[in-house]
Write a protein that binds this ligand. Structure first.
Ligand SMILES: [Zn+2]
Length: 250
């Protein structure tokens, strides 16, 4: 069993985040390639650049449409926006009723906002907390990310992208400091052999979630990279699916 905590499914051409155009063609092709990589379930938000509330709404509706299409295989993630506080809160309530448990991956730089401790986010986080939702964050501005994690202790924040050296050390120090801080393996980092073993040795395997950033990244490379690391099979199970199951309540 493998759950990919960090993907970006799509319907339209503009939402298709393939690095090289048309590598993944449509929602069916997306599922085919996930299965080819041995991934059973995938999570995450639909992404597209745009600063308006409309963009956010369309992306969230698309995530729900994809949920209808993929069924149990997809855990949709929705966007919120600190410039539209009331609307974001309404969206959270609406999507929570539809069974959505995940906010994000949030990508502020796509939607014209800056940081994770934005004034506008405070009441949004409170709502997320009440609804018992999980937040997936694109790692940026260490300070604001840490401030949010520290202040909203009851929300699980899953930071994305281990990256290298300084970034990785910052992740490790946050993972040690905050019980509600988690890390997903998508994007840069996993290709450095020994990175995952170091993470597991320092913080344990309970707070590390498997993730790829598909269709931007090659998913099978991540599956194989985790498998090749010299960690126990119990740790691998935690990372491949158990932690995601626990965090998302699935
Ligand atoms: Zn991403």
């Amino acid at each position: 069993m493998i759950i990919d905590f960090h993907t970006h499914p799509f319907i339209t051409k503009e939402q298709n985040s393939c690095f090289y155009e048309n590598t993944v063609k449509d929602p069916e092709d997306f599922a085919r390639l996930m299965h080819r990589a041995g991934i059973d379930v995938w999570c995450g938000s639909v992404i597209e650049k745009g600063t308006s509330l409309d963009t956010v709404k369309v992306l969230n509706d698309t995530a729900l449409k994809l949920k209808e299409f993929y069924g149990e295989k997809y855990i949709p993630g929705i966007h919120i926006h600190p410039n539209f506080v009331e609307e974001s809160i309404e969206m959270l309530e609406y999507y929570a009723q539809k069974g959505v448990r995940l906010a994000g991956e949030l990508v502020p730089y796509y939607h014209g906002w800056e940081h994770y401790y934005d004034e506008g986010l405070h009441s949004i986080y409170e709502k997320i907390n009440t609804l018992n939702m999980v937040v997936s964050l694109h790692t940026q501005s260490e300070e604001s990310m840490e401030q949010a994690i520290k202040t909203f202790k009851d929300i699980i924040f899953v930071c994305a992208h281990p990256r290298d050296r300084v970034d990785l050390e910052n992740h490790i120090s946050r993972l040690k400091k905050y019980d509600n801080c988690y890390l997903d393996l998508s994007g840069t980092g996993l290709f450095r052999f020994g990175m995952l073993k170091k993470l597991v040795n320092e913080v344990g395997s309970e707070k590390i979630l498997f993730g790829t950033d598909f269709p931007i990244c090659n998913p099978e490379m991540y599956v194989r990279a985790v498998d090749f690391e010299e960690i126990s099979s119990k740790d691998k199970d935690n990372i491949y699916f158990k932690n995601a199951q626990r965090v998302l309540g699935i």
